[in-house]
Design a protein. Structure first.
Length: 302
């Protein structure tokens, strides 16, 4: 069982060395995080962007220019394209966003020329360490899919289950969230939850336990579940929280991090390589843990 983000470092050390491809790498927090990560695990990086800017920033941070490879690119578009191309050509294992808008790098990720995305749905997952929960818990999707359909929720859940398998969780427990824990015809989230449970019963999400609908309290608190008479192996012990829409996921993620004392790491799943798309508001610690998380997932695939 994973109960600390620091345990990700041990998973990385058990896997193969990893190379991170960074688009528009002239970003202070990104470079600091890469340096710190390289001191803990076997990691190298390809830094794409304006070479002079990157080298100047490395110097100001007292990071040796020999630590990473810097590739000169004339503009944002060429840097994003080159960083994605490095993944498609097998030169790197993880893609990371630097000082560039998310839309710019995702445009290249979705470019069919590079083949990073085929038939799968891309989704975001946050792995959260909360002082009020007994293990790490995955939250999806609070950053990419706005109002997922039932079919899209199934794909998001599929991505999340595979993600937890990559972290060594053999049979993750997935709680499908809604405002209440009973099916209500007026609440689409509860209807979708019931359908996802049916899909699970037919083998759609192998090596997992899927149940719902759950309100958040009975998904993460055994005491709350018992008081409401809920009997389920998922209740109070969820590994995955599948949220009904981006508003719910985004508010929950930010509430945990900015008011609940939690720490987190995040990735985009569904591409041929993990993609780190941290926000400008995210701390260096979040970026560092996201690198460890991506390296652990990438290492498990090789």
């Amino acid at each position: 069982m994973l109960n600390s983000l620091d345990q990700l470092k041990e998973l990385c050390r058990m896997g193969q060395p990893v190379t991170v491809s960074v688009a528009c790498a002239a970003d202070r927090k990104v470079l600091q995080s890469l340096r710190d990560a390289s001191e803990e695990i076997s990691l190298s990086a390809l830094l794409f962007g304006r070479k002079e800017e990157i080298l100047s920033l490395l110097s100001s941070l007292e990071i040796s220019s020999d630590l990473f490879s810097v590739v000169d690119c004339s503009d944002e578009k060429s840097a994003c394209a080159a960083a994605v191309r490095a993944i498609s050509e097998g030169k790197a294992d993880v893609l990371m966003k630097g000082d560039v808008p998310t839309a710019s790098i995702m445009r290249e990720v979705l470019n069919k020329e590079y083949g990073l995305v085929k038939d799968t749905l891309l989704s975001h997952v946050a792995l959260i360490e909360s002082p009020y929960y007994h293990k790490l818990i995955a939250l999806s999707d609070g950053a990419m899919n706005i109002a997922p359909t039932l079919a899209e929720k199934a794909s998001i859940l599929e991505n999340s289950v595979h993600f937890m398998h990559a972290l060594g969780v053999g049979k993750p427990k997935a709680a499908i969230l809604a405002a209440i824990e009973k099916v209500n015809e007026k609440m689409e989230a509860t209807l979708d939850a019931a359908e996802l449970v049916k899909m699970a019963g037919k083998g759609r999400f192998p090596k997992s336990l899927v149940d719902g609908p759950f309100a958040l309290d009975n998904a993460v608190s055994s005491e709350a579940a018992q008081k409401k008479g809920i009997v389920s192996p998922v209740a109070g012990d969820a590994d995955i929280l599948l949220v009904p829409d981006i508003e719910c996921g985004n508010v929950l993620y930010k509430a945990l991090n900015f008011m609940g004392g939690a720490h987190s790491a995040g990735l985009i799943l569904g591409a041929s390589a993990p993609v780190i798309l941290t926000s400008r508001a995210d701390s260096e610690t979040t970026k560092l843990y996201s690198i460890f998380l991506a390296a652990a997932v990438a290492g498990s695939r090789r």
